[in-house]
Design a protein around this ligand. Structure first.
Ligand code: AP5
Ligand code: MG
Ligand code: ZN
Length: 216
């Protein structure tokens, strides 16, 4: 299975991607997670990236495309993959199409998680993430059993530096201008599957499972 999960910031891509990756037994590849790991590790790449992420701006296409090109060459991608947060621009989508041709494979589907802008702001400003395993929580919608502690690994929960109200607004604008046009790109290729992301986490997952069953 080769899948893309799309949707605006805070739609629930990471939350659902973790489930999909387990269900389909494919690696979950999030460009945002890769970039944050590079920043945390203080690599040369990480230092260049921090400014873009903290401002809510996209990392330049050339850098992002190169990162994915290398990642898709890893042996775990032979059985398939789930891309979360890539592509985000038309040039990235065109580059992905070329990579798929080179690999001799096709996409199975593109899942679009649709959520209204008001709900997104609330989701992102209340989000907390595990420092150790990356599991996302929400102080109201998906709280951990013990505040500030990850249910899965006991790790400490933190707030992403781009989850402030001001940066979230910028990210939503960037999404509307640069990423939303991709929906039409994949609709034309008849790959787009619309998911109602307004439902609660379990019900969104049920909708996604319905789509995945049709593909297996
Ligand atoms: P990235 O990390 O991809 O961030 P994003 O797209 O803004 O999306 P998020 O991770 O914030 O949200 P999500 O949809 O994963 O939601 P989640 O499941 O966590 O990118 C960050 C930055 O990296 C970008 O701004 C850019 O700078 C750079 N970047 C990344 N990819 C790039 C690319 N391809 N090109 C250029 N630059 C790139 O859920 C959110 C919250 O809501 C959580 O608290 C969760 O518990 C809660 N929640 C989830 N589902 C529900 C539900 N159904 N009901 C209620 N609450 C819910
Ligand atoms: Mg995410
Ligand atoms: Zn954890």
């Amino acid at each position: 299975m080769r899948l893309l999960i799309m949707g605006p910031p805070g739609a629930g891509k990471g939350t659902q991607a973790a489930r999909i990756a387990g269900y389909c037994n494919v690696p979950h590849i999030s460009t945002g997670d890769i970039f944050r790991a590079a920043i945390k590790a203080d690599t040369e790449l990480g230092m260049k990236l921090k400014g873009y992420l903290d401002a809510g701006q996209l990392v330049p296409d050339a850098v992002t495309i190169e990162v994915i090109k290398e990642r898709l060459k890893e042996p775990d991608c032979i059985r398939g993959f789930l891309l979360d947060g890539f592509p985000r621009t038309i040039p990235q989508a065109e580059a992905l199409d070329r990579m798929l041709v080179d690999l001799g494979v096709r996409l199975s589907a593109v899942l679009n998680i649709a959520v209204s802008p008001e709900a997104l702001l609330q989701r992102l400003t209340g989000r907390r993430i595990c420092r150790k395993c990356g599991t996302p929580y929400h102080v109201v919608f998906n709280p951990p059993a013990v505040p500030g502690v990850c249910d899965r690994c006991g790790g400490e929960l933190y707030q992403r530096s781009d989850d402030t109200e001001e940066t979230v607004k910028e990210r939503l604008e960037v999404y509307t201008k640069q990423t939303a046009p991709l929906l039409e790109y994949y609709r034309k290729q008849r790959l787009l599957k619309e998911i109602n992301g307004e439902l609660d986490i379990e019900d969104v997952w049920k909708e996604i499972q319905g789509v995945l069953r049709g593909l297996c």
